[in-house]
Design a protein around this ligand. Sequence first.
Ligand SMILES: Nc1nc2c(ncn2[C@@H]2O[C@H](COP(=O)(O)OP(=O)(O)OP(=O)(O)O)[C@@H](O)[C@H]2O)c(=O)[nH]1
Ligand SMILES: [Mg+2]
Length: 304
Amino acid sequence: MSLQPGHNAEPAHRAGYVAIVGKPNVGKSTLLNRIVGCKLSITSRKPQTTRQRVTGIITRPDAQIVLVDTPGYQAEHRSALNRMMNRSVTASVQGVDAIVWMVEALKLDERDDAVGKLLPRQIPVVLAINKTDRTRDRKLLLPFIERLSKLRGFAAIVPVSAARGTQVGELLDALVALLPPGPRLYDADEMTTESERFLAAELLREKLFRLLGDELPYAAGVEIGEFKLDGGMRRIHAVITVERDAQKAIVIGKRGEKLKAVATLARRDMEQLFGGKVFLEVWVKVRRGWTENEAALRRMGYGD
Ligand SMILES: Nc1nc2c(ncn2[C@@H]2O[C@H](COP(=O)(O)OP(=O)(O)OP(=O)(O)O)[C@@H](O)[C@H]2O)c(=O)[nH]1
Ligand SMILES: [Mg+2]
């Protein structure tokens, strides 16, 4: 028996959009960064680090995937900012070619159920079970997978470790298979559709999440004022907005030491991501109740 040429052959190239969704802190942004190979989306040990969609582009010989990282979805809306974050998730799962629903190994709760309810029936979903490196007893994974498989029809279920990169290639292959045939959507060397301005603001915000206490990062936002290319140097003027005077004092720290540490770490990350020298100036400003004020939030770039 001989196959006709082209019969049942795989299409030469596929391309499309994939949203990564899940409850807060499961490792969505870590996965995006792992796949793209650089720090595009900020991460921290604290939940609700991501506030807006972040796009990463992966180009392989056989496919181009435009991955969209989303804020962690949370059923309890605490502020206008939280509601905007949730709206960003619900908008992101519409119109994509496939969805990665990420859960944490052996840790399922009602917040995962809320995410499951958001996912449109007609869009294929790949379930990524993350942080498997933390699962000491691998035997427990099988019944966990079995329980999850009853939630809906999944295109694939892939246990991964986004932090270590374990099985991330398998996850990507499962996603590529779900994309429509077609040419690349972006140039092969593009990594993101986000602006350097946005990425700079995010890297600074990450340091607030990593260096400041449990409450303060949630009251802080970052805006970029001036962003100038001066020869090979980027001159960036950033403003950290907090809600109260006491918070401003904490961000600045004794003799300005906290702010200096935050800015230095952010500048280093910016230099690495942008591939050039950065001069970063950071100011701290108080805007009372900004996380509750939709107009202020929009001015700061939140919302669609
Ligand atoms: N052990 C382990 N930790 C991980 C893994 N993936 C992510 N983490 C950690 O989990 C924490 C949350 O990771 P993020 O990538 O910020 O999670 P997220 O889902 O984007 O969180 P939100 O944006 O807040 O919704 C960080 O401390 C990560 O280092 C993993 O595979 N194994
Ligand atoms: Mg995130």
